[in-house]
Structures are given as C-alpha cells and as structure tokens.
Design a protein around this ligand. Structure first.
Ligand code: GSH
Length: 212
C-alpha cells in the first residue's frame, strides 16, 4: 500500500490508521503547494486533485478522499475493529462522524484558515463557524470514550488530527474540556504517537524532491 502524505496534513489520520491496523505501507511525502512528491513526480499524476491523502492499493488502484481512504484501510483488517461492520447501523454512524469532521471541521474551518489565499474575513468566519460542530462533538463525547460504539475507529483518527491543528489555527480548545480529555487519552495510543512523532520530525525537515 502506498500512502501519499504531507507532514501534519489531514493524511495523518490515514497514517495513524495504517499503524493501528498493522498494515504494510510506504509513505510518499508530498508538497501541497508545488505538488511535488519526494521522488520527483507530480502528485497530480496519481491524484488529479493534487491532494493528500492519496492511497494506491496493493493491486494498483487509486483511492482518494479521507472518508473513503479511511474506511478502506479499516476494512483491510476487520479484526482491529477500526470501522463497525458493514451491515449494522453503526456503519452509518461512522459515515456521519467522518462527514461531520470532513465538512464542518476540516473544510469549513481548517482548510479556510490554512489557505494562504483566504482573506482575513474568511478566516474569521471560519473560526466562528467551528463553534457549532465543536459543541456537538463535545456533547456527544461527554458520555462516551469514542465517536462510534465502544472502540477506536477511523473517525476518531480524523477528529484527533483536527483537534491537533485547531489551536494552531487560532481556535483554542479551552471551552471544550471533554474534547481536550478525549484528545489526551487517544493521543496516548502507541500507533497514534508513532504516526504523530514521525510526521512532526518530517515537518521539521525541509522538503526535498529528487530531480525528474
Ligand atoms: N476532499 C479531500 C480534501 C483533502 C485535503 O483537503 N487535503 C489537503 C491537506 S489537509 C490538501 O491536499 N491540500 C492541498 C490542496 O488542496 O491543493 C478529502 O476529503 O480527502
């Protein structure tokens, strides 16, 4: 399995899941602005959107979009219970939370704040709009340890990534004690810690692409 990622970008969720599931995977560092992959290729030759995560499966198929990539990775190792079974209601709950994190938290807030071309007014709007999904997540997690069912799923990985980035995006989590406790608890998982440590180290290193 080949995972195209950029250090500390949303592909960190897929990276966490690869480690949680014990999958055999190769990481390809990519640069989000220039679209260069470290081996010199252009990311758009694999994913025309030029975005991460981009996954190439062992049989050569390309999968993009966090919710699809994360569900696919979970389904490779059902015994790890990283996604509920496909025929139960909890599977739809998983889709619900993946979608809420992807649209209301990631794209409606983080993506706008981190986009260097966003006007300040758009960033301010994003920092206000995030309050509603964060309040919903805070309320949901008050009485439970994980977003879905009684085990860590790929939706938790996606939310963990978002929670990591929100304070840097100017959204402190001081008003969300449940989310902070959830984050602290789940960040202690060995696979999560390994993925985060790996990407923090990569983030500190300048990106270098091989000549093509
Ligand atoms: N719709 C995609 C969005 C993924 C996304 O926004 N990835 C960001 C990194 S967090 C990216 O690749 N940004 C570069 C770009 O959009 O050009 C998904 O859900 O996976």
């Amino acid at each position: 399995m080949q995972l195209y990622y950029s250090p500390l970008a949303c592909s960190l969720a897929a990276h966490m899941v690869c480690r949680e599931a014990g999958l055999d995977f190769t990481l390809h560092r990519s640069e989000l602005v220039t679209k260069r992959v470290e081996d010199g290729r252009d990311l758009r030759t694999v994913n025309p959107m030029g975005q991460v995560p981009t996954l190439v499966t062992d049989d050569g198929r390309v999968l993009t979009e966090n919710s699809a990539v994360l569900a696919y990775l979970a389904d490779q190792r059902p015994a790890h219970r990283l996604a509920p079974e496909r025929d139960g209601f909890e599977r739809y709950e998983l889709m619900r939370w993946l979608s809420l994190v992807g649209t209301e938290v990631h794209k409606k807030c983080l993506a706008l704040v981190y986009d260097p071309t966003s006007p300040d007014a758009v960033k301010d709007f994003a920092r206000v709009a995030i309050a509603r999904p964060l309040a919903v997540l805070e309320g949901h997690l008050v009485s439970r340890d994980f977003l879905v069912g009684d085990a860590f799923t790929v939706a938790d990985a996606y939310l963990l990534w978002a929670l990591m980035l929100l304070p840097r995006a100017g959204v402190p989590l001081d008003d969300y004690p449940t989310l902070r406790a959830y984050q602290k608890r789940l960040m202690a998982r060995p696979a999560v810690r390994e993925a985060v440590a790996f990407e923090r180290a990569a983030y500190e290193r300048p990106f270098e692409a091989a000549a093509q």
